[in-house]
Each structure stands twice: as structure tokens, then as C-alpha cells.
Design a protein around this ligand. Sequence first.
Ligand SMILES: Cc1cc2nc3c(=O)[nH]c(=O)nc-3n(C[C@H](O)[C@H](O)[C@H](O)COP(=O)(O)O)c2cc1C
Length: 354
Amino acid sequence: MYKSVLRPILFRIDPERVHHIVVLAVKLFDKIPGVRRAMIRFTNKPDPSGGVTIAGLHFPNRVGLAAGFDKDARFFNEFSMFGFSFIEIGTVTPKPQPGNSKPRLFRLKNERALINRMGFNNKGLDHAITQLSKRNSKVIIGGNIGKNTATTNENAAADYAACFDGLYDSVDYFAINVSCPNIAGMEKLQDQDSLRDILLSVMKIRAQKSVSKPVFLKISPDLTFRQIDEVLALYAEVGLDGIIATNTTTDRNCLSEKADHYGPGGLSGKPLSTRSIEIVSYICKHSGGSIPVIGVGGIMDKNGAIAMIRAGARLLQVYTGFIYEGPFLVRDINIALKEYFQAFPAGTGQKMPN
Ligand SMILES: Cc1cc2nc3c(=O)[nH]c(=O)nc-3n(C[C@H](O)[C@H](O)[C@H](O)COP(=O)(O)O)c2cc1C
């Protein structure tokens, strides 16, 4: 129904407008008494192994909604009905900012991909805190945080610290986003010294809290393996709890069609999957499976999800796949993972990723 009827209609409209239309429609749908409960009963497929616990936080199933979909924490309650065990809001920056000029989101239908240069459009930290106070679902909330575009890299750590402290009581885990290709110079924040400053500034805040919340680092697929090694060295030094791999890519070689006319931006969806899986696999192998990895990038269906799990990911996130495949993607993946773990309780070629 989604792919044969709804998607062809929605895909005729500008992608950013469709996003607002769909969100509004889901919000209205959710207002019908009993709908959310019925949907959750249909979509909720708990993990047969009892779920995954990372740094004390328990995820009842392995699939989450990646950052950027609910930038302003406006509809995580409603979208929990699609079976996600976690939803990552943001990227949130300290001050509101409009992001880049439009159009800034493009569909590459034949490639099952998107290119975006949104540029951290969001209503800022205070707005996100207010929105999160309206939590009325059990879904786990991740707070994905970044710096304002106008903040220099030298002052970036203060922005991350402000968002971290501000959101601390409102979210269940944090994702430190230093990998957005749409903020000029942000890739430099992944250099060891800059990254150390940012991570230590948030860890210092966490050390003062009575409850310790997991902190994950979200990395770019455009890092070299040498740069990933540097990240892994920092991982233990600062006491991170996991890595989210990956963000969107600036690479266009993974496309079979020319895409120059879209201009700059981060590519997501199917063409990204090979690189994301490669990075997940690299981190898992090099850490002997000790680093919890949240695999994201090009998971378009159950096979993509299983490939990511086989690479060693403990949790998964989807974004572009959700746009292309529709609302029951999460349910389909969870059913497939259930069958997979029943057939291969230890995970094929990998330690049981839990
Ligand atoms: C329109 C759009 C906006 C995004 N915004 C963010 C963001 O604000 N912060 C972030 O960490 N990732 C953002 N992402 C990246 C996704 O979270 C995800 O890492 C990436 O799209 C790869 O997953 P996918 O292939 O399943 O889409 C965005 C992706 C898209 C398509």
C-alpha cells in the first residue's frame, strides 16, 4: 500500500514539504483514540534475546530512528508507534538556526538515496527541552548534539557542553555529532585534539551528575582507517560508551548516476551501505567486539539490517530506508532479526552481538 499508492504520490512533492506533510498526518492519526496502542501491538517485535543493554541502558529491540528526522523533538511520541525502540532527536544546537537555503534535500529515486545539505536547521536547545517535557511514550530518546554554524571550531566544545548539560535530564543517551558534512569545517572536529576537547568537556559534566547516561560518538563514513584508529584511541581515553557509524557521505563514486547538479551535501541510503558496513566491521574487529556499535547508513530492508548485524553492530538506525520503504520497515527488520538470531544464536561469523 505504501509503495504502490502513497509513495508515488508523496514522491511527486518536494521532499522537505513531504516531510512536514507526513509528520502532520502521523500526528493527526495518533489523535484517533486507540490508534497508537493498536499500532504498537502490530509493530512492536521485541528482540528474542531479550534486547540489548549498552552502558546500563536497555533497548528492547535493535532498531532506532536516526538523527535528523525529528530535529526539534516534535514527534518522537507519535513515531514510536512504528516499532522503534529508540529515537534520536536533533541535531540540537545551543541557539536556533535556519540551516542552509532551500532547496536542500533531494531524492535520487533510482539509487534509493537522498542528498541533503540541511545544515543543522533547528529551533535550538531551549525549544528541544520544552518539547521533551511532553514525553508520553516509552521510546528511548537519544539527544544528538552539535555546534552552531557561527561558532568557530576553537569554541565548539562550549556549544557541545551547553547542549549536553541542557538536555541531560531530558534524554536517555547522547550522540556527539562531529560528522555532519554540511557545516563548513566540521570534519576537522574529528581530528584527535579537537575531538578530545569536545569529549572531555561533556565527560566532565557527566562526572558531576548523579546518573551516568551513555555517550556515543557519531562518525563520518569519509574518515580514513587511520583517522578511525585515532578515534578508537580516544574512545578508551575519554570513556565513551559506543560509536554510531555512520553519518552521510560526501563521496559520489558510490553512485551509478551523475549527481553533480544537486550540489554539495551528504548522501544517504543504499549507495552508502557498503562503506558504513565496512566501517562497522572495522571497528568491531579492531576492538575485538568490545566497542558497542550502532550501525546506520543504507539499511533499506531486512537484508541490509542483517548485513549490518553480521558486521558486528549491536543496534541499528534507519532514516532513508524509512522514507523509501515506509512505516512497516522497522517491523519487517525486527521479524527478520528474530528469525536470524533463532537460526544463528551466536551471529554468523561474529560473536553474539549483545
Ligand atoms: C535529511 C537528513 C537530515 C539529517 N540530519 C542529521 C542530523 O541533524 N544529525 C545527524 O547526526 N545526522 C543527520 N542525518 C544523517 C542520518 O542520521 C544518518 O546517519 C544517515 O542518513 C545515514 O543513514 P540512512 O542511509 O539510513 O539515511 C540526516 C540525514 C538526512 C537524510
